[in-house]
Design a protein around this ligand. Structure first.
Ligand code: NAD
Length: 480
């Protein structure tokens, strides 16, 4: 197998299953358009086998101590780190991001496994003082059961790791369907867990036609919890499927993060941070800063500095060390960028930098800054999920907050100011699950990650991440 071909298999009941006797689809390198290998699709029998083995494994896994479960997760984290060079290259090949970004994601993925390993040991219950002497009333936290997870292509290791690690640490078993466009990183997570001693059936990795797989898995009465990361439209559909079986869902959907830049900041420093934050993973990040509302006094200076920093970024294949921004992950994103830029342009927007594809093979789009936008421009209300940043001036604080809050999204928001009163006003007033004040760093293994409004419900990471896979059981005991 050449360096650039991926080992693409499903993992069911502790066995690796290839394309033999199954439908398959090619996995495409977004930097070249070339195939990286053929990915097997699960048959109905495969999916049923995944469900059955998950159920059988759950009965054994749930009674293993959290300490022992954590040891396997920690060992898998260690293996993942040891394999980081190889996995980072796989990630850049299948997803397009730069090797630097891939290496960071590999390390963060290991942290996710470790955090959940530790947090699993702290799934405390409580004792409730009884009303009568001699009684005992306790609450224990039990694993929900077999879980189904669906993950997208933008963070092909970190997002699957969050769901897998939290569910396994809680004592649940997991069937995951990672994105068919970036399957190999989740396969590597399964490999690391298997090598770390994970019993068969505790984790199953399947692929297929997304709508068919999710419909099949969620309809099974054995699956008791669903977790999805992806678009708002698909998230609503998944929530509907789960509702039919009265199953809890964690939904991490899109965002269109506002950034408020007040006139009391170092504009140059904020513009530099904005360029670094915006074009990470070519902007294909649900918490990517997208709508920059900038105080009119500093607006022009910000646009100029931001545009220059964005325009200076070197765009190229993720696996090349000189690239500072990689390819978009799939051709749908390229089409979306073209459409949104064209719409904004036709309504009078100025393209400060970028606004076009790169010529040649691969799904490359230039880092783009748009200004002087008409309020009705689609890109101000539709999540771009790509390397587009929009800058809009504002005159007073309340207007800025109103603009920030007026979309149905509420995942991430950012503000830059040195005024203590504003920090409180904005962080309290903004409608979002996460707020970065003077920073774009808002995600870590130990902090909750999730949104409000159309951006979803439930949190991953932090103590909330493992709690999402537990259900309380109340035990009331009278004297015999
Ligand atoms: P999409 O909604 O079709 O797909 C997103 C992911 O969901 C993919 O991995 C896909 O395999 C999966 N999916 C699609 N239909 C499914 C179904 N019925 N059951 C289970 N899984 C299903 O969109 P896309 O074109 O891949 O991405 C477009 C939009 O999705 C972006 O503009 C962005 O808004 C959103 N998105 C969000 C995130 C996030 O981190 N929240 C990640 C990726 C995409």
């Amino acid at each position: 197998m050449s360096d650039d071909m991926l080992d693409l298999k499903m993992f069911i009941d502790g066995e690796w299953l290839d394309t033999t006797g199954r439908r398959s689809e090619p996995v495409i390198n977004p930097a070249t358009g070339a195939s990286l290998g053929d990915l097997p699709h699960a048959t109905t029998d495969d999916l049923q086998r995944a469900i059955d083995t998950s159920q059988a494994a759950f009965q054994r896994w749930r009674i293993i101590s959290p300490l022992a479960r954590g040891e396997i997760l920690r060992k898998a984290a260690q293996l993942f780190r040891e394999r980081s060079d190889r996995i980072a290259r796989i990630m850049s090949l299948e997803q397009g991001k730069t090797l630097t970004e891939s290496r960071i994601e590999v390390m963060v993925t290991a942290e996710m496994l470790e955090w959940a390993a530790e947090e699993g040991r702290r799934t405390y219950g409580r004792v409730i003082p009884p009303r009568e002497n001699g009684w005992r009333q306790i609450v224990v936290q039990e694993p929900i059961g077999v879980t189904a997870a669906f993950t997208p292509w933008n963070f092909p290791a970190m997002i699957p790791a969050r769901k897998i690690a939290s569910s396994l640490a809680a004592g649940c078993t997991c069937i995951i369907k990672p994105s068919e466009e970036t399957p190999a990183c989740a396969i590597e997570i399964a490999r690391a867990l298997q090598d770390a001693g994970l019993p068969k059936g505790v984790l199953n990795v399947v692929f297929g036609v997304p709508a068919e797989v999710s419909e099949f898995l969620i309809a099974s009465p054995i699956v008791r919890k669903v977790s999805f990361t992806g678009s708002v439209a698909v998230g609503k559909h998944i929530a509907g499927l789960a509702a039919r079986g009265v199953k809890p869902v964690t939904l991490e959907l899109g965002g269109h993060a506002p950034v408020l830049v007040f006139d009391d900041v170092n504009v140059e420093a904020v513009a530099r941070m904005a360029a670094a934050g915006k074009y990470r993973n070519a902007g294909q990040v649900c918490i990517s800063p997208t709508r920059f509302f900038v105080h009119r006094k500093v607006h022009d200076a910000f646009v100029d500095l931001f545009g220059r920093a964005a325009g200076a970024l070197r765009v190229g294949p993720g696996v090349e060390a000189s690239s500072q921004m990689g390819a978009l992950a799939n051709p749908r994103r390229l089409t979306a960028m073209d459409t949104l830029v064209e719409d904004a342009r036709s309504r009078g927007a100025s393209v400060v930098t970028g606004g076009e594809r790169l010529s040649g093979d691969g799904y490359f789009f230039r880092p783009t800054v748009l200004a002087s936008l008409h309020a009705d421009s689609r890109v101000l209300s539709e999540e771009p999920f790509g390397p587009l940043a929009m800058v809009v001036p504002f005159d007073d604080d309340d207007e800025a907050l109103r603009q920030a809050n007026h979309l149905p999204y509420g995942l991430a928001a950012y503000a830059f100011t040195s005024n203590a009163d504003r920090i409180i006003k904005v962080s309290n007033g903004i409608e979002s699950g996460m707020v970065g004040m003077n920073t774009f760093a808002i995600a870590s293994a130990e902090s909750p990650f999730g949104g409000v409004k159309d951006s979803g419900y439930g949190s991953e990471g932090g103590i909330e991440g493992v709690a999402a896979y537990l259900t309380p059981k109340f035990i009331s005991q009278s004297p015999a």
